[in-house]
Design a protein around this ligand. Structure first.
Ligand code: ARG
Length: 460
């Protein structure tokens, strides 16, 4: 494709350089945003009398036509074009002749691309938010069914204290609610309109930036033309928000992978959301969860790419910034793909309650409660802790559990032990007893679920 800026040059650009320089292979996805941005710009140029009103109308109609033709598949992108902006403008000029050439008045590709990326990412931020909200909703619904499903809670991956499955997975709902909060925040700072910044120093034409900002649904125009064209904070913030979200999904995935193993067998994934092995007939692998865990690496990598790309750039625009798109688009696509696969995987997963309960019944998960029992009978906690420790050691030596010891054995350890010890250390009382705000007791978790539903409504 002939270069718009060819006038200054005596030679054609080397074809390798042309390919190297071109971004159309990855920025063509912004065609709709580019065209809508141009329509708003041309409308403003006409309103301000910067170009004749009739020509502005021809331009906006021409742009609408190009948009329709691309959507219908009647117009293909020219992969030799430098970028999507050049492609649309050249196509317009092909269709309208001289009038098409008026579109780029009072504009530079620098403010144009800053606008297009914002428009594109605003939409995608909302898409990711919607999917994340659906995921939170899915988790809440599963949790509501499992407020009585006792399982071991872990620290250091060692059985620690009994909790419920509802309580465990609600932890992820809260992480994701914070991610939605961060998406909202990211959107807010992304929602400023850079057109009118020109190449770097704005323009001498009497443009109306507020009008363009309003037409395109932004909060307000950017306040400094240098910053307007060279700010990519919004890409970095979104990449960060996505990296955090993916880190959360990756932790959840790691647990799903463990829970599926024969060693745990706390859940079983649906056949439709698992895969087999090409050699081992018995295998059913949690590939989706593994891929989500793996893809979190890309999201973190993209954030690093963007921060590193920006950190040395002098004001204002530099071509390095063309590298923003592949990184942030990949983060966006990765997040959407992962969340939308994760939701049905969770929805179809079977929870193996008995296995969870059996695991909770081993590993002296009620030892804290045994110590607390003595404390409630008047012993200082440190003494109670020590006595319980000797009891656990005794059980291990004699192949017993705290539940299977006799009352005589308890009494030998301390005279404060009575028959009510067995009830105090039963799994259900251990869980029910932790009835504080944020605790695993069924009543507390029901309250937590209500609060999470409320929070989700507020953030939506
Ligand atoms: N394709 C370019 C990008 O993505 C558009 C802006 C080009 N501006 C320039 N002065 N060469 O950043």
């Amino acid at each position: 494709m002939a270069k718009m800026w060819a006038g200054r040059f005596k030679k054609e650009v080397d074809s390798k350089v042309n390919d190297f320089n071109s971004s159309i292979s990855f920025d063509a996805v912004m065609y709709e945003n580019d065209i809508k941005g141009s329509i708003a710009h041309a409308t403003m140029l006409g309103k301000q009398g910067i170009i004749p009103k009739e020509e502005a109308k021809l331009i906006t109609d021409g742009l609408e036509g190009i948009l329709k033709d691309i959507q219908k598949g009647d117009l293909q992108f020219d992969m030799t074009a430098e970028d999507i902006h050049m492609f649309v403008e050249a196509e317009l000029t092909k269709r309208l002749g001289a009038t098409g050439k008026r579109l780029h008045t009072a504009r530079s590709r620098n403010d144009q691309v800053a606008l297009d990326v914002r428009l594109y990412l605003k939409e995608e931020t909302l898409n990711i938010k919607k999917l994340t909200a659906e995921l939170v909703d899915t988790i809440i619904k599963i949790a509501a069914e499992h407020t009585q499903t006792v399982m071991p809670g872990y620290t250091h991956l060692q059985r620690a204290q009994p909790i419920t499955f509802a309580h465990h997975i609600m932890a992820y709902a809260w992480m994701l609610l914070r991610d939605i909060d961060r998406l909202n925040d990211t959107y807010k700072r992304m929602n400023v309109m850079p057109l009118g910044s020109g190449a770097l120093a704005s323009t001498t034409y009497p443009i109306d930036r507020e009008y363009v900002s309003e037409l395109l649904g932004f909060d307000m125009p950017t306040q400094n033309s240098l910053d307007g064209v060279s700010d990519r904070d919004f890409c970095i913030e979104l990449a960060n928000t996505i990296a955090m979200l993916m880190m959360h999904l990756s932790r959840f995935s790691e647990e799903i992978i463990m829970w599926c193993s024969w060693e745990f067998k706390f859940i079983e994934l649906d056949d439709a959301y698992s895969t087999g092995s090409s050699i081992m007939p018995q295998k059913k692998n949690p590939d989706i969860a593994e891929l989500v865990r793996g893809k979190a690496g890309r999201a973190i990598g993209n954030l690093t790419t963007l921060l590193t790309m920006m950190k040395g750039l002098p004001l204002a625009y530099n071509k390095d910034m063309q590298e923003d798109k592949e990184a942030i688009f990949d983060s966006v696509n990765t997040a959407k793909l992962c969340i939308s696969t994760f939701i049905p995987m969770l929805k179809t997963m079977r929870v193996l309650k008995d296995n969870m309960r059996n695991a909770a019944a081993r590993g002296f998960i009620n030892a804290t409660d045994c110590a607390d029992y003595l404390v409630k009978k008047g012993l200082p906690f440190r003494d109670a802790y020590k006595i319980t420790g000797t009891l656990v050691a005794y059980c291990i030596d004699n192949n017993k559990t705290l539940e299977s010891m006799t009352i005589e054995e308890y009494k030998n350890a301390h005279e404060l032990f009575g028959d009510d010890i067995f009830d105090a250390i039963s799994l259900d009382s251990c869980v029910r007893g932790r009835n504080v705000l944020g605790g695993p007791a069924p009543e507390a978790v029901k309250e937590q679920i209500k609060n999470a539903e409320q929070k989700l409504k507020e953030l939506k």
